[in-house]
Design a protein around this ligand. Structure first.
Ligand code: SF4
Length: 274
């Protein structure tokens, strides 16, 4: 797929979190998470009808991304990759677009480059990641419960595989954080303890988006709402219960001298200077 631009000026949540640009290397994401907010954005998220009608069933890489990035990269940019897909989604194994982008970022680094992923494939690129100044990895940990993961995100790695990946990145000297978002049904203290132990960092996160709190824009998609209904997880959509869940994680983090921040304030930890 040919595109005219690869770095988009930010707006909304990501802008509030301090990012100047987002980089989205593909359209549609083959992890296909049941709750994914992106297909609910439709045209506003740069999607085409086939994307939201068959979310997760295919992807379309932006093959000219390296050439476009070479033209658009500037030293002061604070880039989030990506609000719309996982850059290490399964199809990236064959596509190998990220190594090309990382090589470019290593030679002409922006002020900050944050990779948001839950893909263990990122380990393939450790040597390149090490060469990008200002790079930070934000690794998604949504639940510590394997039964819950299988229900909501069956195509993603297990909790243990994700912790192993975080540890491998950390051992390689890469600045890696855990993002507890969206918070699925979980044992909050166990989830927080594992994330703190793996990263040694503050924790970032967010409950599932619900209309009661976020009346407009991207929201939790119907596939997850059906799972929640069927399995009796309605508390994870209730703003009061969500606040209690956040509080339990924040208390666990505080016991380790760390903080747990949600929403743009949480993601601002990722865009901030060292
Ligand atoms: S990995 Fe992220 S972008 Fe991809 S389907 Fe899951 S939530 Fe959506």
């Amino acid at each position: 797929m040919a595109t005219r631009t690869i770095l988009s000026p930010t707006s909304g949540f990501i802008r509030e979190a301090g990012f100047t640009h987002s980089l989205t290397p593909a359209r549609n994401c083959t992890f296909g998470c049941s709750y994914c907010y992106v297909p609910t954005m439709r045209l506003q998220g740069g999607l085409q009808p086939a994307d939201w009608q068959r979310w997760g069933q295919f992807t379309t890489f932006k093959s000219d991304a390296p050439a476009l990035l070479a033209k658009q990269l500037r030293p002061g940019q604070i880039i989030y990759c990506s609000p719309l897909v996982d850059p290490y989604q399964p199809a990236e194994a064959a596509e190998r677009l990220m190594p090309q982008l990382l090589a470019l970022l290593a030679s002409r680094p922006p002020r900050r480059f944050v990779l948001q992923t839950r893909g263990t494939l990122i380990r393939r690129d450790i040597e390149l990641l090490q060469r990008v100044p200002g790079l930070r990895v934000s690794f998604s940990l949504t639940t510590n419960r394997e039964d819950v993961r299988r229900l909501f995100e069956p195509h993603c790695a297990t909790f243990e595989q994700r912790l192993e990946t975080i540890q491998a990145l950390r051992e390689a000297g890469i600045d890696v954080w855990a993002t507890l978002a969206p918070l699925l049904p979980c044992d909050p203290e166990l989830l927080a303890e594992a994330a703190l132990a793996a990263t040694g960092r503050d924790l970032v996160g967010d409950p599932l988006h619900v209309r009661a709190v976020k009346p407009r824009g991207a929201t939790t998609r119907d596939a997850a709402l059906r799972i929640i209904d069927h399995h009796g997880f309605q508390a994870y959509l209730d703003p009061a219960d969500q606040a209690a869940l956040v509080e339990r994680i924040a208390r666990t983090a505080a016991a380790h001298g760390r903080q747990f921040l949600t929403g743009p304030a949480g993601f601002a930890l990722l865009s901030a200077a060292d």
